[in-house]
Design a binder for this molecule. Structure first.
Ligand code: PLP
Length: 638
């Protein structure tokens, strides 16, 4: 566990159990030993074939833990409640979840349900997000906020006003100055009194990757002068009482509470000025930014790490607002936050399999046929070989490596010229590997091929270099003997992971031929988990090479013999699904190919059509386990 720093980034939800497997602690610090869920047991239950009592789902696999989601929400709420109480703050905290972080129906529904006792709401940034938020909040607490952010057209604004008519506590946050006119006009037309917020561009800047939207030149929000003209416009339309909320967003992954205090303090000043100008201010919405300590270092000096916990975060905010409001003698506002990453990151684990490792095989000296190589070498290459032998006798490693490398390069040139055969080139490669091994040049990392698309499942690694903790979910009681990097299934050189937490360029991994994990066809299974990826990754993933979304299961803690129950299971996108996403029509494609089989394959046509139907129905990933569910071959058609 120490090798992978699980206690640092995983606490309080992930640990290693006595069996050497990752244990999920669904209630965080208050999980008792018998409530821990063995992740390997979950994986077996989900992937074992149906006749063996499993669900027969294919990898990759997302395992969701709603109990963890509930614990995150409650922990955030209680951090703010404690800060409010400890600092004598005279109002309360009322958060919203920005659905963009993970729009999955069950995630959003769970958040609304779990957050209902403390009026937790939702934030939307586009029309479909607003539609889903409206629908989910119909079952939520009537006081829960529905914050409408993002760029808006007349249709978006009409929809948000409709939400108010439906008695949802909706706030239209102006991101651009022009939006105010639309809101005034449409609300008059629809006879709805809107509640309006303003998103302010703060001067405070967050210098990390996620801070590019902050500062005066940020993409979103209103400058000081734009805020003043919106106030004027609303005043002129006798609607200044509608302006009730101030919003800002410093950027995701705010690294320190010092930056937070600075930004929140600035925003609280704007808030108090809006009060002075006559707006009916009630809520300060501090946006997202509550960070995750992905590498467990608590250093706060990169996008990977933050130097505070929930309690420090909440208390820095409450205090910064209180100080400004007390100084200006204004009523303490309701504090809203839009934490996404901090709420959903921990709740799911992506599990994928390593299928094989590519390691250089070094021949023994007596396997290298030196006369065979020599007969084809140029004069210069022969001299390199003699110099190499000479240096080896003298045990001069540096010179050895120099001549081995030069010999190899000359042989590559000879091969390109056509004067060296492929067998001789292979023998020279072997000689080079042997020399580097003998003089102790460290063995390069092995490439573990994984049954995954990084573009689909870990898109932030590819696009912005975001690093997540990746660890084997079992065999923690065996010392890993190998250093590995991960290479995915896509035909793309960017489809690899060669950066890991702790500034590492390889990951300690076990030999695939190792003992545990449950063998299939003589091959042992090796499962890796990517943790803390519950936010953004599912929403951002694409279908590069037409590898679609993973299978997804929901797992709840239960007091039964296994300590867990799988309450929902959904196979990943099939080949047909991903083809449809690119406007192909799988049913028509199947018919075309079936007719072709009938035309060309005679008696075999029916069996071939059945096999074709299976190909459309199955997931695009490799079918590694004979136990997994290949769709039954169906001769009746698609
Ligand atoms: N609110 C707004 C306006 C955002 O742009 C974002 C994300 O960047 C969030 C909330 C969520 O931020 P985080 O995931 O850091 O909590």
């Amino acid at each position: 566990a120490a090798l992978y720093r699980i206690d640092s980034w995983g606490a309080p939800y992930f640990a290693v159990n006595d069996a050497g497997n990752i244990a999920v602690r669904p209630y965080g610090a208050s999980t008792s030993a018998h409530q821990e869920i063995d992740l390997l047991e979950v994986v077996k239950k989900v992937s074992d074939a149906k006749p063996a009592g499993g669900l027969g789902l294919q990898f990759p696999l997302i395992v969701r833990f709603p109990d963890v989601l509930k614990n995150r929400l409650e922990s955030l709420q209680s951090a703010f409640e404690s800060a409010v109480q400890a600092l004598g703050y005279d109002s309360y905290y009322q958060g919203v979840y920005p659905v963009k972080c993970n729009q999955n129906r069950f995630v959003v529904e769970d958040i609304v349900r779990f957050g209902s006792p403390f009026r937790f709401g939702l934030e939307a940034g586009s029309k479909p997000e607003l539609l889903l938020a409206m629908n989910c909040l119909c079952k939520g607490n009537p006081e829960a906020l529905l914050i409408c952010n993002g760029f808006k057209d007349a249709e978006y604004i009409s929809l948000a006003l409709l939400a108010r008519k439906l008695a949802l506590n909706t706030v239209i946050v102006l991101e651009q100055e022009d939006e105010v006119k639309l809101v005034i006009d449409i609300s008059k037309k629809l006879s709805v009194r809107p509640v309006i917020g303003i998103r302010a561009k703060l001067r405070t800047r967050h210098s990390g990757h996620f801070g590019s939207t902050s500062g005066e030149k940020g993409k979103f929000g209103l400058t000081t002068n734009q805020i003043l003209s919106v106030v004027k416009e609303l005043h002129g339309s006798r609607m200044l009482d509608c302006l009730q909320l101030l919003h800002f967003h410093i950027g995701s992954q705010i690294p320190s509470t010092a930056l937070l205090r600075d930004g929140v303090g600035e925003a609280a000043q704007i808030y108090s000025e809006l009060v002075r100008l006559g707006a009916n201010m009630k809520v300060i919405d501090i946006g997202g930014g509550l960070g995750i300590d992905y590498d467990g270092s608590k250093s706060g000096n990169s996008d990977l790490s933050v130097s505070y916990g929930l309690e420090e975060y909440a208390s820095a905010i409450v205090n910064a607002i209180r100080v400004v409001c007390d100084r200006k003698s204004i009523k303490h506002p309701i504090i809203c936050s839009e934490s996404g990453r901090a709420i959903v990151s921990h709740h799911s684990v992506l599990i994928f399999e390593a299928m094989g490792a590519v390691a250089p095989t070094t021949p023994a000296m007596n396997q290298i046929n030196i006369p065979f190589i020599m007969e084809a070498l140029s004069e210069d290459a022969r001299v390199d070989y003699w110099n190499l032998s000479d240096a080896a006798m003298r045990q001069d490693n540096e010179t050895c490596l120099f001549y081995a490398d030069q010999l190899k390069q000359r042989c590559v040139e000879q091969f390109k010229d056509g004067t060296l055969g492929i067998e001789q080139l292979g023998a020279v490669d072997g000689l080079f590997d042997l020399v580097t091994k003998m003089i102790g040049v460290s063995e390069p990392a092995r490439t573990y091929l994984v049954n995954l698309s990084i573009f689909t499942s870990i898109p932030d690694f590819w696009s912005i270099g975001q690093i997540f903790p990746i660890v084997p979910i079992h065999r923690m009681d065996e010392r890993p003997a190998v250093k590995g990097v991960l290479s995915d299934l896509t035909c793309d050189s960017d489809g690899k992971i060669d950066k890991f937490i702790g500034d590492k360029t390889s990951l300690p991994l076990h030999e695939l031929s190792g003992s545990s994990g449950g063998g299939v066809n003589g091959r042992s299974r090796y499962y890796l988990g990517m943790f803390l990826g519950g936010a953004y990754e599912e929403a951002l993933g694409g279908v590069h090479n037409l590898f679609g979304g993973p299978s997804v299961v929901t797992v709840l803690q239960s007091d039964g013999p296994q300590s867990f129950a799988v309450t929902r299971a959904m196979p990943g996108s099939s080949c047909g699904d991903v083809l449809r996403a690119m406007q192909h029509e799988p049913e028509l494609m199947f018919d075309t190919l079936k007719h072709r089989a009938e035309e060309f394959c005679g008696f075999d046509a029916a069996a071939l059509s059945g096999s074709l139907a299976g190909s459309f129905h199955n997931m695009p990933y490799l079918e590694l386990a004979s136990s997994c569910s290949m769709t039954a071959i169906n001769n009746d058609g698609f």
